[in-house]
Ligand binder design. Structure first.
Ligand code: FAD
Length: 472
């Protein structure tokens, strides 16, 4: 039987894996290969939280492959050189992979494809990660979309017909002489276990993703449109890291939520959930067409905007959740302790950084990149540019989130703040939301919390609006 390499990257699953399926359909025995080459993603090589997730995800993939009779071959070094070594060792005749859409991997994959083709090999790539690939959709004028609503109106029409592929029932054995590194040898996990608390919440790998989706379909999907806004509840699917690493595909998710029947997900919740998957698609569409946006504002309106010079100590206090603004601190601590932060709170902490502190969004994007288990270049870039007002179809700059008003609306009893900022736990409402306006009570009941915010909330809001006016 002829052999083919299936080059796994961010498609760490066996079901609905078109590259794996294409190799099997062509009659090859697949050799599942993972090449650890973080420097090939520079300057956006995976951050700390992503690496520790990846280690677990690779172990899970290897275990799943072994159950089917195969195993994961792990190498480290240049992707092309390692693929070529495995080709030489095994005599494989073809290489299959699923596409990535960020600028640096695209350039690398193009080089790899050219080099392999010039050796006369069959090279084939597939779409495993998106419902609508960025070059397959455009405005009536033939331009990339920059506004979400028309993008999704067009793209969503293609969703309902998509089917996911089944996982193979078994896979051929990999010859013993094909060597593999152990996951431990990749140095992905921290030597000081700062990620210990992550794993009560997360189970990296295909089974963990499937369990979360099932729980969501049976539970939080009902009422999603409302519940998704409340950070103290499990009101969302929490599938973002699994989607990033390709442990589940958006096709599988869409299929399962659309087909749910016991009972069916209410139309408004279903439509809203699919549109959030649509924001993921839109993020990839934007990054593909505007690759410079990982570092630079998309909107030309901000060319003359005067961002503040970032003070390292202030930035550190934001990162560590010590700003003196309870909802901001709660979010930043949730992020540090679990590797994830609720979407509403992401918007609040991002607004605080880019508007109250007036720091360029890239400071926040970098911190999220290192600390989020779902850190994704397209979604993180879009999320930060949207929050800062510099992106496509962004929140207008003058819409500045008030952390107090957001907490009053979405952390009704203060449970979220109390959970993540325990030194505030004894404060009653409404002092919990803005302790600086209840100084005597705060001094008595929350003596270990900052007595005032790191920046005057009202004055900084006005200064941000004035700076925006001036830059016009
Ligand atoms: C400043 C900022 C930075 C962000 N950085 C990232 C990031 O690095 N990686 C990431 O996956 N998401 C990012 N997001 C988007 C969003 O916060 C997360 O996708 C969401 O919180 C994940 O939780 P969930 O899986 O429970 O979402 P659900 O509500 O269950 O939504 C399902 C899926 O839809 C996608 N999605 C949901 N909301 C958004 C959105 N606003 N934009 C794009 N896709 C969305 C995600 O893939 C998510 O898993 C960011 C948002 C902001 C405001």
């Amino acid at each position: 039987m002829s052999q083919a390499i299936v080059w796994f990257r961010r498609d760490l699953r066996l079901a609905d894996n078109p590259a794996l399926q294409a190799a099997l359909d062509a009659g090859h025995a697949p050799i599942p290969l993972y090449v650890h080459a973080p420097e090939e993603d520079a300057p956006w090589q995976p951050g700390g939280a992503s690496c520790t997730w990846l280690a677990r995800s690779l172990r899970s993939l290897d275990a799943d492959l072994r159950k089917l009779g195969s195993r994961l071959v792990i190498r480290s070094g240049s992707s092309l050189a390692e693929i070529e070594k495995v080709l030489d060792e095994t005599g494989a005749e073809a290489v299959y992979w699923n596409r990535l859409y960020e600028p640096t991997p695209i350039a690398r994959d193009t080089r790899v494809k050219d080099a392999l083709k010039s050796r006369g090999l069959h090279v084939e790539s597939s779409n495993a990660a998106l419902l609508v690939e960025p070059w397959t959709i455009a405005t009536l004028g033939g331009e990339p979309y920059r506004v979400f609503t028309p993008f999704w109106k067009n793209a969503s029409a293609r969703v309902a017909g998509q089917q996911a592929m089944a996982r193979p029932a078994s896979l051929p054995r990999i010859p013993d002489d094909v060597e593999s590194l152990a996951v431990d040898e990749l140095g992905l996990e921290p030597t000081v276990p700062w990620d210990k608390a992550f794993w009560t919440d997360w189970q990296p790998g295909e089974a963990g993703a499937a369990d979360l989706l099932e729980a969501f379909v049976e539970g939080a999907s009902h009422g999603y449109k409302e519940q998704r806004n409340f950070p103290d509840r499990i009101g969302t699917s929490r599938l973002s890291p699994h989607l990033h690493f390709g442990e589940i595909s958006p096709r599988q998710i869409a299929r399962q939520v659309i087909d749910a029947r016991k009972p069916a997900i209410p139309e408004t919740d279903l439509g809203h959930y699919l549109s959030e998957l649509g924001w993921r698609e839109f993020s990839h569409h934007l990054l593909f067409h505007y690759p410079h946006t990982t570092e630079h504002d998309l909107s030309p309106k901000f060319a003359r905007f005067r961002w503040a010079q970032a003070d390292p100590e202030v930035l550190r206090r934001w990162q560590q959740g010590r700003t003196g603004v309870p909802l901001v601190d709660a979010g930043m601590r949730e992020l540090w302790q679990t590797g994830w932060m609720h979407n509403r709170v992401r918007m609040v902490v991002a607004s605080f950084l880019t508007k109250n502190l007036r720091y360029h969004w890239s400071h926040g994007a970098r911190w999220f990149w290192d600390t989020l288990v779902d850190a994704d270049l397209a979604q993180n870039t879009q999320g930060w540019q949207w929050s800062a007002g510099t992106g496509a179809d962004a929140a207008p700059y003058f819409r500045i989130f008030s952390p107090t008003a957001q907490a009053e609306r979405f952390d009704l009893k203060g449970n979220y703040i109390r959970r993540w900022v325990p030194e505030l736990a004894a404060l009653p409402l409404p002092a919990l939301y803005e302790p600086w306006n209840h100084a005597a009570l705060a001094a008595k009941l929350a003596p270990d919390y900052p007595t005032s915010p790191i920046i005057d909330m009202r004055a900084s809001r006005e200064a941000a609006l004035a700076a925006f006016q001036q830059s016009k």
